[in-house]
Ligand binder design. Structure first.
Ligand code: MUC
Ligand code: MG
Length: 366
């Protein structure tokens, strides 16, 4: 089996309401659909979400690097030659979402050609993931209303709360309101997207001590090297690395620096191949992980759930898999469903992605 063509198709689907957080905001899923074709007529599919505020990639840059650099490098290669494929992709630095979408589309092809699901190929631990919902910036009452609606409609009982605003009191009040409104049984954690300094983070964590948070993600910038280490030594709850630990080398650096106690794994930036490596690092070191969200659409969420369900360590806790619920539409012929707080991973061959071609025609921008 050989790669004959790689398509990078820009599309845009609006959100019902923007998701706001300390490093940016997203009101439209302006992503790139990646389709890898082979000489056997199989087509592997994945999507790349541009997140310039985190990785510097844009919709235009993802399309350009795939069309002009990655596709010419990979034509004629076997999807099974994953090490050789990554050796080629890694000649270009950066571009994590572009590389990851190609990687996941190749795994889709491998699964299809072998007649097994990608989640079985990766690890086959379970067929479902418990879901965590991410709540973006708004007034405390609106954030509580959103969490209650999501809990009542989908049975979701784990929430990630975006923080990192100034003064810190704004977010402390939101977390208190969420705990008071949702009760003791829901799980809450926070994500600062680098919005606070180390001392602001320490003050916020002290003020939140009785809110019972699972952990706190990326409160201050990765470049605040000593500040993060200082924060980690005094925090009473685990600190998780997200955008400071986007590849295996960065994961090692953050963990060895003592700046993080846990790691967010996102298939949108490490695909399946490098997510597996990060997971093995964490598992070998005895470090907990969370399956994160890159504000993925349904295709990206399906990829994340496919990875999360494959392993015991990633499926221990709820994965961030619900933000597609805020999109007005999507490209899958059979929409993903969250019921009783869980997302089931489609079984079948490969990733099991069936596109709705009419919707693709409606939302594509080329
Ligand atoms: C998250 O976990 O930070 C927001 C920015 C980004 O890169 O991902 C999202 C969610
Ligand atoms: Mg994060």
């Amino acid at each position: 089996m050989k790669v004959t063509e790689i398509e990078a198709i820009p599309f845009a689907i609006p959100y019902r309401k923007p998701l706001r957080f300390a490093s940016g905001e997203v009101d439209t899923a302006a992503h790139i659909l990646v389709r890898v074709h082979t000489d056997e007529g199989l087509v592997g599919i994945a999507e790349a979400p541009p997140r310039p505020f985190t990785y510097g990639e844009t919709q235009g840059s993802i399309k350009a690097v795939i069309d002009s650099v990655f596709a010419p490098q990979l034509l004629g290669m076997s999807p099974l030659a994953r090490e050789a494929v990554h050796a080629k992709l890694d000649r270009t630095v950066g571009n994590p979402a572009a590389k990851s979408a190609i990687d996941m589309a190749l795994w889709d092809l491998i699964g299809q050609s072998l007649g097994v699901s990608v989640t079985e190929l990766l690890g086959g631990y379970t067929d479902r993931m418990r879901v965590c919902h991410m709540v973006g910036f708004a007034q405390p009452g609106e954030m509580v209303d959103e969490a209650e609606r999501v809990r009542d409609l989908y049975g979701i009982t784990t929430f990630k709360v975006k923080v990192g605003r100034k003064p810190i009191r704004l977010d402390v009040d939101v977390c208190r309101a969420l705990r008071a409104g949702l009760g003791e049984d829901v799980e809450l954690y926070i994500d600062g997207n680098r919005g606070w300094t180390a001392s602001e983070s320490a003050a916020a964590l002290r003020a939140l001590e009785d809110v019972d948070l699972l952990f706190a993600e990326e409160l201050c910038p990765a470049d605040d090297v000593l500040g993060r280490r200082w924060l980690a030594t005094q925090s009473r709850i685990p600190l998780y690395a997200d955008e400071s630990a986007t590849r295996p080398g960065e994961v090692t650096r953050e963990l060895l620096a003592g700046a993080a106690h846990g790691v967010s794994i996102k298939t949108a930036r490490t695909g399946f191949t490098y997510s597996q490596r990060v997971l093995s690092q964490c598992s070998g070191l005895g470090v907990e992980v969370v399956l994160g969200n890159q504000i993925d659409g349904q295709i990206g969420s399906l990829c994340a759930a496919t990875f999360g369900a494959a392993f015991e360590l990633t499926s221990r806790r709820a994965g961030e898999l619900s933000n597609f619920l805020d999109m007005t539409d999507d490209l899958l012929a059979e929409p993903l469903r969250i019921e009783h707080g869980e997302l089931r991973v489609p079984q079948g061959h490969g990733l099991g992605i069936q596109l709705d071609e009419d919707k693709l025609a409606r939302y594509r921008q080329d």
